[in-house]
Ligand binder design. Sequence first.
Ligand SMILES: *Cc1c(COP(=O)(O)O)cnc(C)c1O
Length: 394
Amino acid sequence: MSSMKIPMSSPDIRADEIQAVTKVMQNPILSMGEMVSGFEAALARLTGSRHGIAVSSGTAGLHICLIAAEVSSDDLVITSPFSFVASANVILYQRGIPVFVDVDERTGNIDPEQAEQAILSLRDDRGADWLPPAFKDSTSIGDIRALLPVHVFGQPAEMQVLSRVAADYGLAVIEDACEAVGAEYNGQPAGSMGDASVFAFYPNKQLTTGEGGLVVTSNDQWEPLLRSLRNQGRDVFDAWLTHSRLGFNYRMDELSAALGLAQLARINDLLGNRAQVAELYSERLKEIPGVAVPEVVPSTTKMSWFVYVIRLDSEVERKRVMRELEAVGIPSRPYFSPIHLQPYYIERFGWREGQFPIAERLGRTSLALPFSGVMSEEQVDYVSDHLARAMQAL
Ligand SMILES: *Cc1c(COP(=O)(O)O)cnc(C)c1O
């Protein structure tokens, strides 16, 4: 077998998309123009939402959603430690406190029953077990403001239960749909079930704008607030250089929006190609002893493949497999490394190993293989064959 160099991920950008971006540069409006408003309308339509607000990143989008949900100093937000660090960092930007809840073994998504237990326990004032260790004896804990479920790897979280829990306890729901554009949960689009939902378009995501993100919401009060927060705190009716509140420069530019709009026009293709690559992988890998291929649960009526993540038996095994793959030009990554054990989180909140056993086990054994919609069958075969060999060499 000749040696190949396989990229971890690749954006899928076509000539007409490059042309769409070039065309923007031929007119003077490079920000806050028709491309941004067109992209916002198109993604709002896809999710059946009334409004779309384009932003400079998924992180920026999550941040302004937490401001809309009135998360401030010492307020609690229920979320998952098995995610990209941004979904918890935004809580810290508001000086809030993340309350982590362990995840469903099959999907890596937040466990809704445990989320409810955490809320009940915190409401009953005996919730110290759920608070970060460094805050157990704190006397200044604020209110539980929001639930922030993450649709991990493109598979929607258990939104039916989570929405019921949020309604019962009067919490806002912010969907982190950054990995799940185009996914569906029991027939409902990811991004249509929260008070606001956030998508992200970094180059390894299913749809890219370079850097970028977009918030969708059907809340008519939140919409102008989110627009204002994105644009330095200006209200639509503010005079030039009048700022009604503290805001940010979280705007998306026209070039990025033009790319996003063109990509969105063929979202079914983009997702279809990725699904095909995922299917090929699972075909090739499902019989290899010691390799567990990703599971798509019945509530995921449409999977939006973000990454292709297998599970191995142990961390030692994973290390060895990664090394052997690397030696033949195949990159692979642990995915995710749980947030509560990130050095900064340990330092600030005092979490320890053992507190979220499922997230930690997934963190130790999950391995993302090279994946994109433009991967060839030959490349999938190359990775699969070498993975099979590495597993045999046990
Ligand atoms: C990509 C991602 C984000 C945010 O992405 P940006 O890089 O800020 O655009 C947030 N949460 C999750 C789960 C993500 O995968």
